[in-house]
Ligand binder design. Structure first.
Ligand SMILES: *[C@@H]1O[C@H](CO)[C@@H](O)[C@H](O)[C@H]1NC(C)=O
Ligand SMILES: *[C@@H]1O[C@H](CO)[C@@H](O)[C@H](O)[C@H]1NC(C)=O
Length: 267
């Protein structure tokens, strides 16, 4: 075989391989799923959810980002957003049809930061599972395990959170366009959560100054459509799910929750 023949053979082989790969990917059809964990947990806690996903949608590539696990989840959120961004961005870039993002608890705040800072993101479904979206009142049961961190202040929407100087709420301004790029926003929470306080925060509700619950639609930033939530809602792309009988740490391992409120958004 001449050098030229050899060269063209190699080229043909490469083209064939690429075509094969392309066909393999396009027949699977499911977009990659990225999972962002919460406070004091890590990839291990999401094995069950991963199994739910690959069982109902075989071939789905599920990445549970292995960063800021366990005690490291106490690192400032803006720093975590930077770290997660570096892990998520390459996955996004290689997924030409886009990705889905599932974010649990504090991970929901990290994901908000990701959406805010990744222009031209390709997130189709953003699933925020029991996340303190409108704030967290007082200390979580988790933080009580770490008395050193105990704070008596009341944490209100967009106040500095858990003693961090740079709040994730800095991300609220100017991310409207990025929010509107999301195809569907899925919010999941419930009254027996036990950690998210008030639990309605997982559905963008919070206390008013008299500690009465104000629902998402009566929030000033919703009415003014500050970050696009109202537009998403009127587009029909905001889904809210409420479940009783689910403790905070059980959300991602509950098959009923997965089957009814997550599964259909991962295609
Ligand atoms: C799973 O979710 C269902 C539906 O809300 C609930 O009734 C059940 O108690 C949950 N199971 C566990 C183990 O959390
Ligand atoms: C999952 O949900 C579908 C409806 O969306 C229902 O028909 C099916 O029975 C559920 N599966 C299980 C195992 O609960």
């Amino acid at each position: 075989m001449t050098r030229a023949e050899m060269k063209s053979l190699v080229v043909i082989l490469i083209v064939r391989l690429t075509l094969n790969l392309f066909t393999a990917c396009s027949t699977e059809g499911y977009k990659p799923v990225i999972i962002v964990h919460g406070l004091f947990d890590g990839p291990k806690q999401f094995e069950i959810l991963k199994r739910f996903i690959t069982k109902s949608h075989p071939g789905t590539i599920v990445s549970v980002i292995d960063l800021y696990d366990h005690l490291f989840s106490l690192e400032p959120l803006w720093k975590q957003v930077e770290g997660f961004k570096n892990a998520v961005y390459p996955i996004m870039q290689s997924a030409t049809d886009g990705i889905h993002l599932i974010c649990f608890s504090q991970g929901g705040l990290v994901c908000r930061g990701l959406i805010a800072t990744l222009d031209n993101h390709n997130v189709h479904s953003l699933i925020l599972l029991s996340s303190p979206l409108a704030g967290q009142y007082g200390d979580t049961a988790y933080l009580k395990l770490f008395p050193k961190l105990l704070k008596s202040e009341i944490y209100r929407f967009c106040y500095t959170r858990w003693g961090q100087r740079v709040s994730i709420c800095n991300y609220w301004n100017g991310w409207r366009e990025n929010v509107l790029r999301i195809k569907t926003l899925i919010l999941i929470g419930g009254p027996d959560d036990g950690v998210i306080t008030p639990w309605q925060s997982s559905l963008f509700g919070f206390y008013d100054k008299n500690e009465n619950i104000v629902g998402m639609k009566d929030m000033d930033w919703y009415i003014k459509d500050v970050f696009g939530l109202k537009t998403l809602h009127s587009r029909g792309d905001l889904k809210e799910y409420m479940y009783s009988g689910v403790l905070h740490t059980k959300w991602h391992a509950n098959y009923t929750v997965y089957n009814e409120s997550i599964d259909e958004w991962l295609t």
